[in-house]
Design a binder for this molecule. Structure first.
Ligand SMILES: [Zn+2]
Length: 310
């Protein structure tokens, strides 16, 4: 994940736009019949999944550990009653030719449209931190998508079809360019575009860095306004609105961007305030002791409701 700084004029414009949309869109959307009792996140189980992912070790793309992680995710999918698909491909990158692996699977629901819920699973290659744990980035979101899948498959699902996507190659080696970073999400978006399936994709929801014990979700004003309104409304209903704020210091480049570029409404649910001045991000301090099962529960239950209502 990367931050692109905006100039202050654009910042003010975005802030004004967001405030306007807040005042005009509230309650404008029809709610679905919420007769299904939604399952709830088991925060202990979600946290145990992070422990297992972190135990694999650093998992930069093209490493043996990245392959192990892809296999681990596929095994968990099977354990939770899903049929995983492994998409493996080779790409020329800014850092040489590399093998990447996306894992994805689906739960069938109502209608002919689908939603993507995604997380990356690779970790940033940081030469000065050879044992980089990546507990929050990307252990937390990978674990939470798996836990959402687990609870969602315990009873018949009456929401929309959901594709659960685990992306490789989110992290850039040098800086985000056409051949550096977002490899997995770019590949999936390209395939959806080529097959025409993107026309049936209603929304892309991305989770990233959502395990911080000091949870502060920083939504991007440049993401889909209707998805922003929707997630905030649910947060309010669940008395969790205080955990949400806006990131007004620039544009966040993350795995939702390739989907936005092909016209799919997208939302990045990310906590980009990780430690004092974001100092735990991409450092040796991104360890599991900074995370809390409660944060996984808060975000997970909001996302479950969002998936159901979309
Ligand atoms: Zn990262």
């Amino acid at each position: 994940m990367y931050l692109y700084r905006l100039n202050s004029t654009l910042n003010s414009f975005l802030l004004v736009t967001v405030l306007f949309l807040f005042s005009s869109c509230r309650n404008s959307q029809e709610h679905k019949n919420l007769s299904q009792t939604l399952p709830e996140i088991d925060k202990k189980n979600a946290f145990a999944l992070i422990e297992e992912i972190v135990a694999i070790g650093p998992r930069p793309s093209h490493s043996q550990n990245a392959a192990h992680t892809a296999n681990y995710i596929a095994r968990k999918c099977e354990e939770f009653g899903y049929q995983p698909k492994l998409d493996t491909w080779i790409e020329k990158t800014a850092d040489g030719t590399k093998t990447f692996r996306n894992v994805y699977t689906e739960v069938n629901g109502n209608g002919d449209k689908f939603i993507i819920l995604g997380s990356h699973y690779d970790t940033k290659m940081i030469p000065s931190v050879p044992d980089f744990a990546g507990a929050n980035d990307s252990g937390s979101s990978t674990a939470l998508v798996l836990e959402i899948m687990r609870v969602l498959n315990k009873s018949p699902w009456t929401g929309p079809t959901i594709r659960f996507a685990f992306f490789d190659g989110e992290e850039a080696i040098h800086s985000y360019t056409d051949n550096d970073g977002l490899h997995g999400s770019k590949k999936m978006a390209k395939d959806l575009k080529e097959s025409g399936e993107y026309l049936n994709c209603k929304a892309m929801i991305l989770l990233d860095m959502i395990g911080d014990a000091d949870l502060t979700i920083t939504l991007s004003p440049d993401d889909s306004n209707s998805l922003i309104q929707h997630v905030l409304r649910i947060a309010e209903q669940q008395n969790r609105r205080d955990y949400f704020s806006f990131f007004l210091h620039g544009v966040i480049i993350d795995d939702h961007v390739p989907f936005k570029l092909i016209g799919i409404p997208a939302l990045n649910i990310i906590d980009f305030k990780y430690g004092p001045n974001n100092s735990y991000w991409h450092t040796s301090l991104d360890t599991i002791d900074k995370l809390s099962p409660d944060s996984l529960e808060i975000v997970g239950n909001i996302v479950l409701q969002l998936l159901f209502e979309l």
